[in-house]
Design a protein around this ligand. Structure first.
Ligand SMILES: [Zn+2]
Length: 331
């Protein structure tokens, strides 16, 4: 039984009193602040554009993830979705399909993040394809879409420099901020940190995935905090004590992805995620999906799961959504 099913079963057994229903969560307007494009493509869209072999491989891999997978292994699925969505045209159409999927789930605003790729028209050509997809998707589905450009700690110096130059060039003209993500135990991060410092100097906000693996050292976390002063933290499960103090004392928003954290073994069950405790204590925590395709969840699933664990009523949930709307990088 996955965590969402477990919560629904609990509700069916009347174990959770007067908390908000799944229907009410789905009908409420919602905001998604942590979604990687490469892990978000609608499955029906991928089926339409992929070869039967690649589609079967993908479905098989998703089934493995559903059962729970090692954190480092989980990243391999991104190579598979990248193999399927392999042209600028497919990227554009996929974003339109993703916007429709989010709109059907009652989502009002999403902040997408993607690393730049060269699919034949250079990094800027890819970025423009993403802009076209966002423009069409937002127009046709009526939702707002912001964009963060992602770097990994092992992204090459040249790629980091090109990405940050484009991010600055298109800042507030399609790009809202930047993100540091990928397997947090791979790469020293020197070039990515230098590029992100440049982005911050240009006035951009930066979200950093941190505390995803117990193998992250205190030195790594505190260096990234000291050098980047991240504007938001992704996950934040395995933060060292000093990092927790910094996040809580500075009221730095945390992006909490309950199902993702469970499936890759960051936490044993959703109620063990530290973000829930912080949310209860009034810290700004955004409930997000991370990768709706990879973890087989919608934003409604994730919000319902958190709301049920926190015992939220409908009005608690609405108040939360109003608070969370203020965390987006683009005002
Ligand atoms: Zn993420």
């Amino acid at each position: 039984m996955n965590p969402v099913e477990a919560v629904r079963t609990a509700e069916n057994l009347s174990m959770v009193g007067m908390t908000i229903s799944f229907d009410a969560v789905q009908k409420s307007l919602k905001n998604e602040a942590h979604c990687h494009l490469g892990g978000a493509w609608p499955l029906s869209y991928l089926q339409k554009i992929s070869s039967p072999e690649d589609y079967l491989k993908l479905v098989h891999y998703l089934q493995l993830i559903e059962k729970g997978i090692d954190y480092h292994e989980g990243f391999k699925v991104f190579a598979l979705t990248a193999k399927i969505v392999n042209t600028d045209e497919k990227v554009e159409a996929g974003i339109v399909a993703l916007c429709e999927q989010y709109a059907r789930d009652g989502v009002e605003r999403i902040e997408l993040r993607t690393g730049l790729k060269d699919l034949g028209s250079g990094l800027e050509g890819y970025l423009k394809a993403v802009f076209r997809g966002i423009e069409r998707g937002a127009r046709e589905s009526g939702i707002m879409v912001d964009l963060l450009l992602s770097l990994r700690r092992n992204t090459s110096k040249d790629h980091c420099e090109q990405t940050v130059a484009l991010a600055i060039n298109y800042f507030r003209k399609g790009v809202s901020g930047m993100d540091l993500s990928g397997d947090s135990t791979i790469g020293e991060g020197d070039d990515a940190i230098a590029a992100l410092k440049k982005a911050k100097s240009a006035g951009m906000s930066v979200s950093v995935h941190m505390g995803e693996s117990p193998k992250e050292s205190r030195e790594q976390q505190m260096r990234e905090i000291e050098e980047l002063a991240p504007d938001r933290i992704g996950h934040g499960v395995f933060l060292c004590d000093e990092a927790v103090d910094w996040v809580l004392s500075k009221k730095v928003p945390v992006e909490m992805c309950l199902t993702s954290s469970c499936k890759v073994g960051m936490v044993e069950n959703p109620s063990a995620h530290p973000g829930l405790k912080w949310l209860k204590e009034g810290h700004p925590v955004a409930i997000c999906t991370d990768d709706p395709l990879i973890f087989g969840v919608s934003l409604s699933d994730e919000c319902y799961q958190a709301a049920t664990l926190l015992g939220w009523s409908e009005s608690d949930f609405k108040a939360y959504q109003e608070r969370i709307a203020g965390l987006f990088f683009h005002p």
